[in-house]
Structures are given as C-alpha cells and as structure tokens.
Design a protein around this ligand. Structure first.
Ligand SMILES: Cc1cc2nc3c(=O)[nH]c(=O)nc-3n(C[C@H](O)[C@H](O)[C@H](O)COP(=O)(O)OP(=O)(O)OC[C@H]3O[C@@H](n4cnc5c(N)ncnc54)[C@H](O)[C@@H]3O)c2cc1C
Length: 416
C-alpha cells in the first residue's frame, strides 16, 4: 500500500483521494487556500462523471443537489433559428438506462466530494501552496511550499491535481506554460426564474461567435432549497477593462438585447462583483506523469468548457489511477497503465474541444456561418444525432469501460 500526497482540493484532487483511500492507500491532500472551498459557477456532470460517482456511492448525493438536464438548445439571438439541439435521449436506444446530465453548483459538487473525504478521515493540509517536490535518497518524495519549506512527510509519489496553472506541471510535465484563450466568460449564479426557463435545458443564444449568452439551471446549494441558474456571457479577455468602465447597466442592456427573457435573472444582479471572470487555457500533456508525479484533471489537460467535460475527465482520471495501481504497484508500470487507460478519451475530447470552441467563441466570421447553416440539419441525419449526443455526453470511446477493459487486459497479460 502506498503513501500518497495529492496537491489540490478541486474535483480531481478530492476524487483521487476518495478512490485511492478506498483502494487501501494512505493519502494526504495539500490545498493552497486557507479553507478548502470552491468559487463560481454551475457545471455539467455528464453520464461519464455520474457513472464514476456511482461507483463510489456518491451519485445519489450529487443528483439530490443537482438538476437533471435532458438537452442543450442553442439559437441565433434573440429568438431565431435553432442551430444546436443535443438531446441525451438520442442515446437511449444504445443504452439500457435512460441517460441525462446533472448540472450542479460547484459548491454542491465540492460539498459531496469533500464530505466523502471527511467521512473517510483523510487529512487535508490547508494554506499549503505547493510549488515544488524533492526526491529523497530512499526514492520517496517530499513537497515544498512557496516559503521554501520542505514538509517532513515522505510519500511514495505525488498526485498533482492543482489545475490548469499547476506549478508542478509547468516544471515537470510540459515544455511551456499554456497560453490563455482569447475568449473567456463572465459567470454568475442567481435564483432560477422557473416560469420562463425550462429547468431541464441548457440554453444558449449566439450572435456570430463573438457573442454567446447562456443559462444553465444548476440545482441548489446544500442547506438551501432555492433553485439556481448559472448565467454566462462570453467576453474577450482584452475587453474586460471596457466592461468594467462601462458598468453594470450597460452590460445588462447588451445582454437583454441578445436575449430579452434573461432580464428576470439580470434583475437579481446588483453589483459588478457578482460577476466572476473566468479565463480558459488549452493544453494536453503528452505524458501525464514524471518521476514520482502523476498529473490528473486540468493539470494534465485543460480546455474551454464549451463541451462541459473537464470535471468529468477529472473523475475518470481518478478512477483510472486507482485501478492502475491495483493491477501493478510499481510506479513506472501503473503510471504508464493510467496513461493508456485515459489516453484515447483525453486526446479525442481535447481535440474536439480545440476544433469546436472557435465556432462559439472567436472573432472568426466563417465558422459561425457554417455552424448556423449546417450544425442543426447535420445532427438530424441518421446516426448523427446519437454521435453528437455521444460527444456532448462524453461517452464517445466509452471511457469508463475502456478503463475496465485496458485494466483487465493488463492484469490478464501482465502487460502493464
Ligand atoms: C467557467 C467554467 C465552467 C465550467 N463548466 C464545466 C462543465 O460544465 N462541466 C465540466 O465537466 N467542467 C466544466 N469546467 C471545467 C472544470 O471546472 C475543470 O475541468 C475542473 O474544475 C478541473 O478540476 P481540477 O480539480 O483538475 O482543477 P481545479 O478545479 O482548478 O482545482 C485545483 C485545486 O488545486 C488548488 N491548487 C492550485 N494550485 C495549488 C498549489 N500550488 N498548491 C496547493 N493547491 C493548489 C486550487 O486551489 C484548487 O482547489 C468549467 C470551468 C470553468 C472555468
């Protein structure tokens, strides 16, 4: 059994702690903030992520706080042609169980995972900004924080789950730091207007690829019964200063012009501080491990949230890592096996996200024209609807089954 340090208390770090603890290892999480806790928006748990939570007995808790989502509908602003219509039910013929997504507030997902970590008695060391690691002569590894302090605890290896801007990934996992994408978004979460929005739909409005406004009903916070929705507005990073200078009212007018129904949500925003600016980066590590370090979640692969897969990929990474160590507990062997278990799915979704994001967030004029003309009719073609739903739901390449299959093949053949 291993002693493992996990850097980061996000979806990846908490999931890895649960999976590795349940496989019999001793884990300790290091988190930079004084108090572990998330900020921000709602996010989509796809059937892939829900499947992983189910294996750990946590799906029901997540569904209890989240909101079932049956599809995604995108129109040309304000109430024009439907140019995107993805329905989870397009997958039903292929599956025994009906499939759906669950939108959940980041704080609620954190609550579910953090509670499971606390129930297991896993240690979380807070206020520990880990910037480096040090290998010892006995082939164990220690963590070093930003003050230069080397923590005395020795670990068999480190799981880096510290997100897209990971120090360890920059030092040991990739050749250069990822550059932010030109477009990010402003996000806020407010009480859902249930009269005017379908609770089971993620809806978006577009004007070319320069403007996108979306509403994601996202369930509720722990200990609060109010139904919430996350509202997002695409913005170029270099326009943030202009947005701040123009002020809240000017922004609200711009949003209402694109989608008048949203005014009932905007009425609940009273200050610019209620809006969080998120930037996105895109990078994919070619080899998600280095000496005594495994990279998971956004530290290993980050992208824009257009496909809504990042947190789900983090859960799948954690599942794969825990299974790989069961099969062969030598670092070189389980690290390579983990990479094989996740490789195809990560490559496919990172590529799809890289190709599709400019159709929704860019200054390109041709791509949104193609989107508005072709996407909807193409998705109505036989097989295309289920293919698109497989992409949207993260199920293309069947990632959890791949982890099981690669694992059982490796254990049969000792081919780790
Ligand atoms: C606006 C937005 C919307 C999104 N929507 C979706 C969606 O709908 N569906 C989906 O699946 N994904 C979505 N994503 C992506 C998803 O949020 C990420 O993929 C996911 O959070 C990655 O989890 P992570 O644990 O790898 O990293 P993070 O969530 O970034 O967590 C990293 C953790 O590590 C800690 N940390 C960082 N550096 C250090 C350090 N040096 N020392 C110690 N601790 C450190 C951080 O404080 C944090 O707690 C969205 C992302 C954004 C920004």
């Amino acid at each position: 059994m291993k002693t493992i340090a996990i850097i980061g208390c996000g979806p990846a770090g908490l999931s890895a702690a649960i999976a590795l603890h349940d496989a019999g290892h001793t884990v300790c999480i290091y988190e930079q903030f004084d108090e572990a806790g998330p900020v921000g928006s709602g996010l989509m748990l796809q059937p892939t992520g829900l499947d992983v939570l189910n294996r750990w007995g946590l799906r029901e808790r997540a569904e209890h706080l989240g909101q079932r989502i049956d599809g995604m509908l995108g129109r040309i602003a304000p109430e024009g042609k439907v140019v995107l219509d993805i329905q989870y039910k397009a997958l039903h013929k292929k599956q025994r169980e009906p499939l759906y997504g669950v939108a959940i507030h980041r704080a609620s997902l954190f609550h579910v995972l953090h509670e499971a970590v606390v129930e297991r008695g896993i240690t979380i060391v807070t206020s520990a900004n880990i910037v480096d690691v040090s290998n010892t002569s006995s082939n164990t590894v220690q963590v070093i924080d930003e003050t230069g302090k080397r923590h005395t605890e020795e670990f068999d290896f480190i799981v880096d789950a510290s997100g897209a801007h990971s120090n360890l990934a920059n030092s040991y996992g990739r050749s250069k730091q990822p550059t932010p994408l030109a477009y990010g978004a402003l996000w806020t979460t407010v009480e859902l207007d249930e009269q005017n929005f379908d609770k089971t739909l993620l809806e978006q409005r577009y004007d070319a690829a320069r403007i996108m406004v979306g509403v994601l009903p996202c369930g509720r916070l722990p200990n609060d019964d109010k139904s919430l929705a996350t509202l997002f507005w695409s913005i170029r990073a270099d326009q943030l200063a202009v947005f701040k200078a123009d002020g809240l009212q000017a922004w609200k007018q711009a949003v209402v012009q694109q989608w008048p129904t949203v005014s009932s949500l905007l009425n609940k925003i009273n200050s610019i501080e209620q809006l969080t600016h998120a930037t996105y980066v895109h990078h994919t590590m070619r080899k998600p491990f280095a000496r005594n370090i495994i990279f998971i979640g956004d530290a290993a692969h980050a992208t824009s949230p257009q496909l809504g897969q990042g947190a789900n990929m983090a859960l799948l990474d954690a599942l794969a890592l825990a299974q790989a160590i069961i099969i062969d507990d030598r670092f070189d062997k389980f690290a390579a096996l983990y990479a094989r278990m996740r490789g195809r799915h990560v490559k496919l979704f990172q590529t799809a996200s890289w190709l599709l994001t400019p159709f929704y967030q860019s200054d390109n004029r041709a791509l949104p024209l193609i989107r508005d003309t072709l996407f909807e009719p193409v998705t109505k073609l036989p097989f295309a609807a289920s293919m698109v739903a497989s992409l949207g739901s993260g199920l293309l390449t069947n990632p959890a089954a791949t982890i099981d299959r690669v694992g059982s093949h490796a254990s049969r053949t000792s081919d780790t």
